[in-house]
Design a protein around this ligand. Structure first.
Ligand code: GDP
Length: 440
């Protein structure tokens, strides 16, 4: 995410390295580079200019702080201004209606249907809501089917009327049904077009008037850069939406849309999509995004993700097993599953300060655990719980069954033994307090 921009900004700050203090000249030089970096990241021209003008005024004004190195001072100012540019504080959804209605808008392929599923899943699992999805993309039969698939994936019911082409009617019926069945949030997925067109705008504007949504969200593919910003403007002029959802940020190396949209449409970015899986959704935090752009990592988000997956009962059970030195391959497998649930591995690693840049060109693929999982799954229940029985012939059988080699099996067994030993060293109160700390 935003790798190109991060690298360019870092290079800009190098100009100040070795300089004793900030001067008109070295600031101008640095900011010329920063502005070029922003423009190359596809940031709107006016936004980039205003940005560097503000940073310049602040940098020259703060010049009295001689204790801070010019480079550090500049990074701090740019960081704060980037966060401001993206909206400052995170903005929540308004969910006060009974039921609350969320209307999705955006072009075809922007990720509306996927995001509808992700949002339903997030509201259900994290906010204990009882959402319902509504299929109002009536032009492509495949679209209704896709929403049904997404709904089934996250266990949220989908309201659809296969024969009806009147979307206002469908949505109003859906709201009636939601009331009758006790759903507290209704998420309405709508039809997009490949480009902005009048009939689409008319339809969604009329739908908005008919159902009075609590939230109208505009979904846009961040990889389309300035086009994303222009489309946002057209939708906002017509719909006056409440917030933006930036999808496909996992593939966006530049970040132009994320940095310009807020200023151009004066509406907050509320969520981001970071992958195709239903869990690949995050509330948008401008501060944390600025941290990531400047390579400061995003430890807060990382810890939050870990906490979401943290299961207290499971941790207690595990601790008992560790204490008795009974941690086995079944537990190992469960741990791998938990890590995988936290999301894309490369993205997770990039949230650790200093790591993002280092692994930019390293290919960490999400299938990294597949070999290990295959090996464990090829073991018998007895072998999993009593690894000491693993002799050469058993290992050969496992290698064959899992499509791996004897070396890989040996490596895993060795790693497992080491993990076990290490765990034994931190048993007792120490492990307990470690886990308690994780939860706080
Ligand atoms: P819609 O036409 O607006 O409903 O768009 P879809 O939900 O069908 O999404 C279009 C494509 O983008 C699908 O292949 C999705 O899997 C993919 N997609 C959606 N969101 C994301 C995301 O955050 N990251 C990535 N990498 N792909 C996404």
């Amino acid at each position: 995410m935003f790798e190109n921009l991060s690298e360019r900004l870092e290079r800009s700050f190098k100009i100040l390295k070795g300089e004793g203090k900030i001067t008109e000249i070295n600031v101008a030089e640095t900011l010329k580079d920063v502005r070029r970096a922003l423009l190359d990241a596809d940031v709107n021209y006016k936004v980039a200019k205003n940005f560097t003008d503000t940073v310049k005024t602040k940098a020259l004004g703060m010049n009295v702080l001689t204790a801070v190195k010019p480079g550090q001072l500049m990074v701090k100012i740019v960081h704060d201004e980037l966060a401001k540019l993206m909206g400052g504080e995170a903005t929540e959804l308004h969910l006060s209606g009974k039921p609350s209605i969320i209307l999705m808008s955006g072009l075809q392929g922007s990720g509306k249907t996927t995001f509808s599923g992700k949002l339903a899943n997030m509201l259900k699992t994290k906010q204990h809501k009882n959402p319902m999805l509504v299929a109002c993309d009536v032009y492509r039969p495949a679209a209704i089917e896709q929403l049904k698939v997404v709904g089934a994936q996250v266990g949220v019911p989908v309201y659809a009327e296969d024969e009806n082409k009147n979307v206002n009617e469908i949505a109003l019926h859906a709201i009636q049904e939601a009331k009758a069945k006790g759903h507290d949030v209704v998420i309405v997925d709508t039809a997009g077009r490949l480009a902005v067109d009048e009939s689409m705008m008319r339809e969604i504007a009329s739908l908005k008037d008919a159902i009075h949504p609590d939230e109208t969200l505009f979904v846009v593919d961040s990889m389309t850069g300035q086009d994303a910003v222009n489309t946002a403007k057209e939708f906002n002029d017509r719909l006056d939406f409440d917030g933006v959802v930036l999808t496909k940020l996992d593939g966006d190396t530049r970040g132009g849309a994320a940095l310009s949209i807020r200023t151009v449409v004066t509406k907050p970015i509320k969520f981001i999509g970071t992958g195709e899986k239903m869990e690949a959704i995050d509330v948008f935090h401008p501060e944390r995004m600025a941290d990531r752009i400047l390579g400061m990592g995003d430890v807060v988000s990382l810890v939050e993700r870990a906490q979401e997956q943290f299961d207290e009962e499971e941790a207690k059970r595990l601790q008992k097993k560790i204490q008795k030195n009974k941690f086995d391959f079944d537990d190992f497998l469960k741990q791998i599953e938990q890590i995988k649930k936290m999301g894309n591995l490369k993205e997770l690693a990039s949230m650790i300060p200093g790591v993002g840049k280092a692994i930019k060109d390293v290919d960490i693929d999400d299938n990294a655990f597949n070999g290990i999982e295959a090996i464990i799954r090829s073991m018998t229940p007895q072998e999993r719980t009593h690894p000491e029985v693993l002799n050469q012939s058993r290992k050969m059988r496992i290698a064959k069954g899992s499509g791996t080699s004897i070396q890989e099996v040996n490596r895993l067994v060795k790693q497992f033994d080491q993990t076990r030993k290490m765990m034994k060293m931190v048993t007792g109160n120490q492990a307990m307090s470690m886990m308690a700390r994780m939860k706080d």
